[in-house]
Design a protein around this ligand. Structure first.
Ligand SMILES: Cc1ncc(COP(=O)(O)O)c(C=O)c1O
Length: 305
């Protein structure tokens, strides 16, 4: 993020001024990508800020760290409480993005990171609105393959994994697209550079297994839960690339992107080239849920004020 966010960040249990929150150049994570992180949204609604699935995100942070034996010195509950305190400390009353990050600190050039290696955790917040502009996005299939569990496991939301997403994003932007879809090692659809993917065919919803190199997305889980509740059949299965070209609808899910329709893929219009009815119904329901309008899902929200 280029611009300054909230005035304070939470840094290992203390509030530190944004400008003063810095790390030494020998920080291990700067050299080797030894960090895990989360992206969480706070939604301004009903004169409050509702943080969406806060504890689920902090629990995923812990799981991501566990893959690499990074210790986190704070429990998911402590990090959730710290997030709410940070929102208050910054007097944040608008919709915001919350970025918890755990990184390995001073550990020399030693690659043997263990539970005893020093780690630090920061939480940063800044105002945030829509991620993708417009009513739908133009996506392409990337020539880069998604990382695989046998090398750098996509199931862990690790900083280093994002080099793969960056290559795919750079390629898609150079070629004039909004977003890239990556295939897994065997050539099936995996996910977008920063979102999970869903297809709709004859009112049935399909999404790749997370074993097809996709992150265990919290918005993915939300969309599946809502879709099933709304009466749609949701099927997880391998999806060949070509199925993207014949789908009635495609949509992406992610904390930043929320639920966003893909209106063309590699230049092929998806359906009639506009958001389809199934995507719209799930997107609209998601909007109601995050704003606290659906009683049944209020337990996904943590009110900051
Ligand atoms: C690679 C990747 N896939 C999927 C997602 C969506 O995950 P979530 O819905 O938990 O934000 C993200 C965003 O964090 C991501 O970076």
């Amino acid at each position: 993020m280029k611009a300054k966010g909230g005035e304070y960040v939470w840094f290992d249990g203390k509030f530190v001024k944004w400008e003063e929150a810095s790390v030494p150049v020998m920080t291990h994570a700067l050299h080797y990508g030894t960090a895990v992180f989360e992206g969480i949204r706070g939604y301004a609604a009903k004169e409050n800020v509702f943080v969406f699935r806060l504890k689920d995100h902090m629990e995923r942070l812990h799981r991501s760290a566990g893959v690499y034996s990074f210790s986190i010195n704070y429990s998911p509950n402590e990090l959730s409480d710290a997030t709410i305190e940070l929102i208050r400390k910054n007097q944040m009353k608008e919709s915001c993005y919350i970025r918890p990050l755990t990184f390995v600190g001073l550990h020399g050039i030693d690659l043997n990171v263990t539970r005893d290696s020093p780690t630090h955790t920061v939480i940063i917040i800044f105002p945030f609105a829509k991620y993708f502009k417009g009513d739908g996005i133009r996506a392409c299939v990337s020539s880069w393959r998604r990382i695989h569990d046998s090398s750098t496991p996509p199931i862990s939301k690790a900083a280093g994994n994002y080099l793969n997403s960056i290559l795919a994003t750079q390629e898609s932007k150079r070629n004039g697209y909004d977003e890239s879809i990556l295939l897994d090692r065997s050539g099936n659809v995996s996910e977008a550079s920063g979102e999970n993917i869903f297809l709709v065919r004859k009112d049935k919803i399909y999404t790749p297994y997370t074993a097809d190199s996709a992150l265990e997305g919290i918005t993915r889980d939300t969309a599946m839960t809502l879709a099933k509740e709304m009466g749609y059949e949701v099927v997880e299965r391998p999806i060949p690339r070509t199925e993207l070209y014949i789908a009635d609808e495609i949509f992406l899910t992610g904390t930043a992107a929320e639920i966003v329709p893909v209106t063309s893929i590699d230049g092929h219009p998806v359906g009639n080239g506009k958001e389809g009815p199934v995507s719209r119904s799930i997107r609209e329901m998601y909007g109601k849920v995050v704003s606290g309008d659906v009683k049944q899902y209020r337990n996904w929200l943590t009110a900051a004020w």
